[in-house]
Design a protein around this ligand. Structure first.
Ligand code: PMP
Length: 288
């Protein structure tokens, strides 16, 4: 049996969850989305994800065709209907069915769908050993073209950088903005540690305001670590003591090599491991 998918205002069988080829989400990548975790049957930071979805939609003048409260219930119902204990939710709002022209305002009402499924994780070994990354030559979209805070369906900028990573046999690439400062990775936020201080680029550098990023900043401060949001260069990454990425799917993962420069001792450092542990405990509702 297939999954139950939430489509517009009800659950349908996977085989009946269909979107038109005239939907501008498909024709133009015109829409917004969220990726959300389920840990031990609890939907992680759902309200923060819903808030971000509405803010993304507002920025692109897309009306989410459902109230926030109803949307929260729809996400919960979809999770329950599929019996997902530990998994991943994809919540998508498209511009809706339009013509072949660009005009979004003649589209019918936006379409909304929710998928709750299992998640394909990075192998455990990668968390223990840390990952290699490269610097992408693809420059992050200029914030005056598409603000990075908008989690839009148009991910080509990130996909081009991801292709560079995969061509180099590594899973992730760091993207730099038009000024040469670190923006983010293709699907994760960037953190480094230098002399015991945790640094991450400000959102204005071209990063999505990651929900995992926000939690990791909070957890680091609870551990009495200094956290500084500041522009970082490629040189800063090469010469840091620790390097890690954060994201809903990846959680907290150490980086041990960028462009063949070894980070620290070549394995995830103590602050990375501490924050990964704290994040795990927080996500699973455990106290230390
Ligand atoms: N940056 C990009 C481009 C992403 O796609 C994601 C994953 N949604 C992130 C950062 C991390 O954000 P979050 O912690 O909210 O998943």
């Amino acid at each position: 049996m297939g999954l139950k998918i939430w489509l517009d205002n009800k659950l349908v069988d996977e085989t009946d969850a269909k979107i038109s080829v005239f939907d501008h989400g498909l024709l133009y990548g015109d829409g917004v989305f969220e990726g959300i975790r389920i840990y031990s049957s609890r939907i992680f930071e759902l309200e923060a994800h819903i808030k971000r979805l509405y803010e993304s939609a507002k920025a692109i003048r897309l009306v989410v065709p459902m109230s926030k409260d109803k949307l929260i219930r729809a996400v919960e119902k979809t999770t329950e209907a599929n019996g997902v204990i530990d998994g991943y939710i994809r919540l998508v709002v498209t511009r809706g069915v339009g013509t072949l022209g660009l005009n979004p305002f003649i589209c019918e009402e936006g379409r909304l769908f929710i998928i709750a499924d299992n998640i394909q994780l990075y192998p455990e070994e990668l968390y223990e050993k840390g990952m290699k990354v490269i610097s992408a030559t693809t420059v992050r979209n200029h914030p005056l073209s598409i603000p990075a805070q908008v989690k839009s369906l148009n991910y080509l900028n990130n996909i081009l950088a991801k292709i560079e990573a995969l061509d180099n046999n590594v899973p992730e690439a760091v993207m730099y903005n038009h000024e040469g400062y670190v923006a983010e990775a293709t699907g994760d936020n960037v953190f480094i540690v230098k002399n015991g201080v945790v640094f991450t680029p400000p959102v204005e550098a071209g990063a999505l305001e990651g929900i995992t990023r926000g939690i990791v900043i909070k957890l680091a401060k609870e551990e009495k670590l200094e956290v500084v949001e500041k522009n970082l260069t490629r040189f800063d990454l090469f010469n840091c003591d620790e390097f890690f990425l954060t994201g809903t799917a990846a959680e907290v993962i150490g980086v041990v090599d960028i462009d063949s420069r070894i980070i620290g001792a070549g394995s995830p450092g103590p602050i990375t491991r501490l924050l990964r542990k704290k994040f795990y405990q927080y996500a699973h509702g455990k106290k230390s």
